[in-house]
Design a binder for this molecule. Structure first.
Ligand code: HEC
Length: 155
């Protein structure tokens, strides 16, 4: 079979499966409508470390995006201790207690990487969608402004 036909078939299969996915009732990502055009441009940044860390000017947008897209599971304003999903303010708690600066920076970079991987890829455990994937839904600006907002909310 030619690769062309193969692609055609794969496309048809995807189209056929799509309604099934919708019927299964799993959570679907809600794209944020917050305008991020005023934020410093990340120009498609695909790195795994928060390029906005410490930038107070992105916190407000991150907060609004969080409340539109994440709060339904992780709690309004990231106050997640009474929510079904993990309290994201605690993600880097371990790192923050490290005194050695180089080690702490390394630890925070690891958490950023885990954050990006979790959010973009979602959390799908033995076929059950605990969190839908956000790849293709959130821009880099949206992803990292959310992270910067969460960092500003440390308990
Ligand atoms: C439909 C509910 C739902 C939505 C919406 C959702 N999440 Fe989640 N998220 C979860 C659940 C449940 C888990 C834990 C899943 C697991 O570990 O299997 C999780 C895990 C995570 C983790 C890993 C946390 C950890 O402690 O390991 C991160 C980071 C995360 N979510 C960020 C986000 C962000 C950012 C958004 C918004 C863009 C978001 N989530 C939207 C339900 C959701």
């Amino acid at each position: 079979m030619s690769t062309h036909r193969c692609r055609h078939l794969a496309g048809a299969l995807l189209l056929a499966l799509f309604p099934l996915a919708a019927w299964s009732g799993g959570p679907v990502p809600v794209p944020p409508t917050v305008d991020t055009s005023a934020l410093p441009s990340l120009d498609g940044y695909a790195g795994k470390t928060n390029p906005y860390r410490g930038k107070a000017e992105v916190v407000e947008a991150g907060h609004a995006i969080f409340n539109q897209s994440c709060a339904v599971c992780h709690g309004a304003d990231a106050v997640g201790n009474r929510s079904p999903a993990p309290d994201l303010r605690r993600l880097d708690g371990f790192c923050r207690r490290i005194e050695d600066e180089a080690l702490r920076t390394h630890c925070l970079a690891d958490v950023d990487q885990y954050f990006a991987k979790s959010v973009l890829g979602g959390k799908i455990v033995v076929g059950t969608v605990h969190m839908p994937p956000w790849r293709g839904v959130l821009s880099s600006e949206q992803l990292w402004s959310i992270k910067t907002f969460i960092e500003s909310q440390r308990p």
